[in-house]
Design a protein around this ligand. Structure first.
Ligand SMILES: CCCNc1ncnc2c1ncn2[C@@H]1O[C@H](/C=C/CNC(=O)c2cc(-c3ccc(F)cc3)cc(O)c2O)[C@H](C)[C@H]1O
Ligand SMILES: [Mg+2]
Length: 214
């Protein structure tokens, strides 16, 4: 029977990456997407911007919205300090199952908590279920029309503190107009656009980095 793209991506990781070596997992997925099949991972070019933000913030707590196959999950977790925690939300069970295996192959299981469920349901439970006070860094990469409602929900749930960083993928392609309008005009955020390209293509895309001012 026909395999899915996430399954083929996982097979490429298991074939070409070294167990326990997160950067080789990232490299294997990028090669698969460049040489075999495009997939909506943040990719190598925007990934370098993501790396620089993660390194600069050096977060103890990270939330990722939209795991998909775990590419950015592994990329972020590979740069975290020893006791840091990354919680990633994925509501599609098939994607979650693939991502768990990608994360395991990278050997990052103890840094990453993959929660299978919808952001709207789980953001309000972060404190009680995971003992999280606030997030130092949030990476938004799920459905583009959910960036704004979920950001407002995180504000309401007190999950952002003065200095928390929001990093949003795809603010140009596919685009997140309502989120950009809000975050760039709100006095509660200071935003910066990092121009880049849509993963594995020459089309424009970029990441919006926003600091919550409290
Ligand atoms: C109500 C649920 C909300 N809460 C949720 N809670 C938990 N998990 C959620 C929630 N909403 C979604 N997810 C999961 O996150 C993933 C979804 C990711 C979505 N990403 C894109 O659509 C995209 C498109 C392009 C693109 C660009 C150009 C093109 F031509 C084509 C494609 C590029 C990109 O870099 C992109 O990230 C995953 C598939 C999905 O199950
Ligand atoms: Mg994306």
């Amino acid at each position: 029977t026909q395999t899915t793209r996430p399954q083929r991506m996982l097979a490429a990781v298991q074939k070409n990456a070294t167990r326990g070596d997160p950067r080789s997992v990232v490299k294997a997925i990028d090669q698969f997407c460049r040489q075999k099949e495009w997939a909506m991972n943040v990719g190598d070019e925007k990934g370098c911007i993501l790396d620089s933000v993660v390194t600069e913030v050096n977060p103890a707590t990270v939330l990722e919205l939209g795991t998909y196959c775990g590419y950015s999950t592994v990329r972020i977790a590979s740069l975290l300090p020893p006791d840091a925690k990354l919680i990633t939300l994925e509501f599609n069970p098939h994607n979650a199952a693939i991502a768990r295996q990608v994360i395991a192959w990278a050997g990052l299981g103890d840094k990453i908590q993959l929660v299978e469920g919808a952001s709207g349901d789980w953001i309000p439970k972060m404190k009680e279920k995971f003992g999280i006070e606030t997030f130092d860094l949030v990476f938004l990469d799920h459905w583009k029309d959910r960036y704004l409602p979920d950001t407002k929900l995180m504000e309401e749930c007190g999950l952002l503190r003065k200095g928390s960083i929001l990093l949003a993928d795809n603010v140009i392609s596919p685009g997140t107009p309502d989120y950009l309008e809000y975050i760039r005009n709100s006095p509660r955020y200071k935003s910066q656009y990092f121009r880049s390209h849509l993963e594995y293509t020459k089309a424009e895309d970029g990441l919006e980095k926003s600091v919550f001012l409290g």
